[in-house]
Ligand binder design. Structure first.
Ligand code: ATP
Ligand code: MG
Ligand code: ZN
Length: 155
């Protein structure tokens, strides 16, 4: 009964659960969510190093009254590819899906190439295509620079 351990975290009425986050990555996921985006009166639970049947050890983040934009889901998919996202409505799981990475990732990362057009004053949004999936490598569609260190290049 895995649910028993997770009772340590307060159930939420409405919100988002990000489960099966790779061990040690919950704080990076919180950084992607953006602590300032979370309503001050909402409950946020973070569990680090919880036993998981599926991935050994995992982290969990539960945020009340918040939904993730697709950009944030893409960023989480890059940093924590094993994560699942559940939408909670009236204490029940309404929807649960693994994070998945689309073929193009727009506006989520900064190109590491300082002279890339996406790093110039004109408003050109970053745009990467998936060059490789396992492990994930992205390629800038403008300058072709490859990126595999996503945490340090989040927009
Ligand atoms: N009301 C709630 N408040 C907070 N977290 C919840 C609530 N209901 C479900 N969860 C969490 O949402 C996630 C998905 O719920 P579900 O019941 O599908 O979990 P599960 O049976 O452990 O499935 P799995 O771990 O295979 O995704 C789990 O992390 C669960 O702990
Ligand atoms: Mg579970
Ligand atoms: Zn570039």
């Amino acid at each position: 009964m895995t649910a028993l351990r997770e009772l340590k975290l307060t159930p939420i009425k409405n919100g988002t659960v990000i489960d099966h986050i790779g061990n040690g990555l919950a704080l990076d996921v919180l950084r992607i969510i953006g602590i300032n985006e979370i309503d001050r009166s909402s409950t946020v639970s973070v569990a680090l190093h919880v036993r998981s049947q599926k991935i050994g050890w995992k982290d969990i983040v539960k945020v009340e009254n918040m939904e993730l934009s697709s950009r944030k889901v893409n960023a989480i998919a890059l940093v924590a590819p094993t994560a699942t996202i559940s939408i909670i409505r009236d204490f029940h799981v309404r929807e649960k899906r693994p994070v998945d990475l689309p073929d193009r990732v727009v506006g989520v990362l900064l190109c590491p190439n300082a002279s890339c057009i996406t790093n110039q004053p004109e408003p050109v949004e970053s745009d990467f295509e998936v060059a490789r999936r396992k492990p994930v490598v992205l390629r800038c569609t403008y300058c072709e620079r490859l990126v595999d260190d996503f945490l340090h290049h989040l927009a």
